[in-house]
Ligand binder design. Structure first.
Ligand code: PAF
Length: 322
């Protein structure tokens, strides 16, 4: 009897050893494996395996396999999913402080955006996540957003009149497109390609990284390089998952997040170099330049709304950051 009990105890210990030998972390994202999100997910997986001597393994769920970004973030909060790589699009609905980064024409260029997000301004925003059941491992990047549509070349704000433009589920972006005279239609990404094919929406807006990797040339004719807003990305982990890690493993996840975010930015640098040529070759009619000052003038009422919502001083601090 004693021997049987001892054997059972030994077997249980052995099984527990096997079960805890390797934990799998599921990472969901909306874009295909060859995208900037795919790069970040793969690099995160390599790093976390390396830093934890193989105790953690990442399993990738690309291309909307686990639903849209809002849904995946909700799963993180509930503890049903471990990680998501997401645009800032729906994140402001969970962590309102993030939405300031979605203001059009806020950042001068990529270097300015990266500097702000890496500064205490961006890091203070990341510190707001745990109160919402989420931990942000780092700011990634998508690039500056541009406009695509099937109706006409858009060269100036008047050309947007009446166009049904899909926006992210993001109040800041919706306000901007309404002010520009378009008809903003918020929609989760998994529905967008179908919407463009069926004509329920005329256009959408996303950075080159998305327009290329999601093959939007197959469903859109016109591309306007409007650079109307910088699009950050975030590498998020469920707070429930993060809190259950040991102190050393927490450090490993943070470090892997940093390396993955840097790899995402590097991927964007590469796409930005040749994305426009690739899209022309794929059949896009490209409007290379818009009168940015004219867009900004038409957006004046939207800027006044943002100042009320976020505080003019906070916006100015970002705008003038050096
Ligand atoms: O447009 C969006 O919703 C996002 O930019 C996308 C394509 C889901 C990538 O995060």
């Amino acid at each position: 009897m004693r021997i049987a009990t001892l054997t059972a105890a030994l077997l249980m210990t052995a099984f527990a050893g096997v079960a805890s030998a390797q934990s799998t972390i599921k990472i969901g994202y909306t874009l295909p494996p060859n995208s900037h999100y795919g790069t970040a997910g793969r690099v995160f997986g390599e790093e976390i395996a390396k830093l934890t001597n193989g105790r953690y393994k990442a399993e990738q769920f690309p291309a909307n396999a686990l639903g849209g970004e809002r849904e995946m973030i909700e799963s993180l909060q509930l503890g049903n999913l471990e990680m998501v790589i997401t645009s800032s699009g729906p994140v402001g609905n969970f962590v309102p402080e993030v939405a300031i980064t979605d203001i059009p024409f806020l950042f001068r260029d990529t270097a300015h955006a990266r500097a702000v997000l890496d500064s205490p301004i961006g890091q203070d925003i990341l510190a707001r996540f745990p109160a919402k059941g989420l931990v942000a491992l780092g700011w990634g990047e998508q690039g500056f957003r541009h406009l695509t549509n099937n109706k006409r070349p858009v060269k100036q704000p008047e050309d947007l009149k009446g166009l049904k433009i899909r926006t992210m589920e993001n109040q800041v972006h919706m306000t901007a497109f309404r002010t520009l005279g378009a008809s903003p239609t918020p929609m989760a990404w998994p529905e967008v390609i179908g919407g463009l094919q069926q004509g329920t929406i005329d256009g959408q807006e996303n950075p080159l990284s998305v327009i290329v990797s999601a093959k939007l040339s197959e469903v859109q004719k016109h591309l306007t390089l409007s650079r109307h807003v910088y699009s950050p990305a975030l590498i998020l982990i469920s707070k429930r998952t993060f809190d259950a890690l040991s102190a050393d493993d927490k450090k490993a996840f943070q470090e892997a997040g940093k390396v993955a975010a840097a790899a995402m930015r590097k991927h964007i640098d590469d796409v930005e170099k040749k994305g426009v040529e690739d899209l022309k070759a794929a059949g896009f009619q490209v409007v290379e330049e818009v009168d940015t000052a004219k867009f900004q003038t038409v957006l004046a009422p939207a800027f006044a709304e943002y100042a009320k919502k976020f505080g003019a001083d906070k916006i100015e601090k970002i705008r003038t950051y050096k």
